[in-house]
Design a protein around this ligand. Structure first.
Ligand SMILES: Cc1cc2nc3c(=O)[nH]c(=O)nc-3n(C[C@H](O)[C@H](O)[C@H](O)COP(=O)(O)O)c2cc1C
Length: 235
């Protein structure tokens, strides 16, 4: 009996979670083919040096990898924000900004070779089947040498209840052995899902630590928590 109650509760939670992230944005979807992707227009941003070269902040957001209309409606979209200068800011990007201010670290933006559709639901489809035309996800920029860092912050959204594809691609080509790795997520209900365990599996010789999970519906309300958490890790 207890087992059936547990199964029922798990199923109900799964349904609730699916609904939650599907409703982050409710635009219409008709995207299907990877071949329709548009390559990144500009040179990738790559590594931005800070003052502290022992710490690295790595982030991925839809913003920076999506050709949004400059007038895109950020008010009714739970996944987009505008900075003080009016530029679009992604949720993970916002969190990475707070961490960078606290740590003064070098920053690396993960960018994909092809952009994602501006339609949220289409991106959800693509995120699920990036290789729908049997084309593997390719990154636009790569970190050649991470040997100088002892602490790495990974900041990225949850996609499909796990590590998002671009962060996975980064982790496949970057060896973080011997480093302390803080995992920060942004999500619409799944919190960390299985990301900490997955990242530890991919980087068995790194010390992977669960950081803060920030709701994508209102990331700004987590600023104090994130900043305090980051400060608490600095000796
Ligand atoms: C492809 C895709 C899949 C997603 N899957 C999930 C999910 O499984 N669980 C969840 O809570 N949120 C999910 N989301 C919502 C994002 O995690 C959330 O909107 C996040 O705050 C976006 O961060 P960003 O602005 O840095 O890209 C998904 C979003 C996309 C685009």
């Amino acid at each position: 009996m207890k087992r059936w109650i547990a199964i029922l509760v798990t199923a109900m939670l799964a349904i609730l979670q699916t609904g939650a992230f599907a409703e982050c944005d409710d635009e219409i979807s008709n995207y299907t083919r990877y071949a329709d992707y548009i390559p990144q227009a500009a040179e990738p941003v790559g590594l931005i040096p800070g003052e502290n070269h022992r710490t690295l902040v790595v982030w991925f957001s839809r913003v920076g990898n999506t050709l949004f209309d400059p007038d895109v409606d950020v008010v009714s979209s739970a996944t987009l924000n505008r900075g003080k200068d009016g530029a679009l800011v992604g949720n993970a990007q916002m969190i990475a900004g707070w961490i960078t201010e606290e740590t003064k670290a070098d920053v690396f933006q993960i960018q994909t070779a092809y952009t994602y559709p501006s339609d949220y639901d289409q991106t959800v489809q693509v995120g699920e089947g990036q290789d729908i035309d049997h084309v593997d996800l390719a990154l636009a920029s790569h970190l050649e040498d991470v040997s100088g860092y002892d602490t790495v912050w990974l900041v990225a959204p949850i996609w499909h209840y796990t590590v998002c594809t671009p962060l996975r691609a980064f982790l496949e080509e970057t060896d973080l052995s011997g480093k302390t790795v803080y995992v920060m997520t942004t999500h619409c209900g799944s919190r960390f899902a299985d990301t900490v365990e997955k990242i530890q599996q991919m980087q068995p010789d790194a010390a992977v630590i669960r950081g803060v999970a920030v709701s994508g519906f209102d990331p700004g309300s987590s600023e104090t928590e994130v900043r305090e958490y980051v400060r608490s890790t600095i000796k």
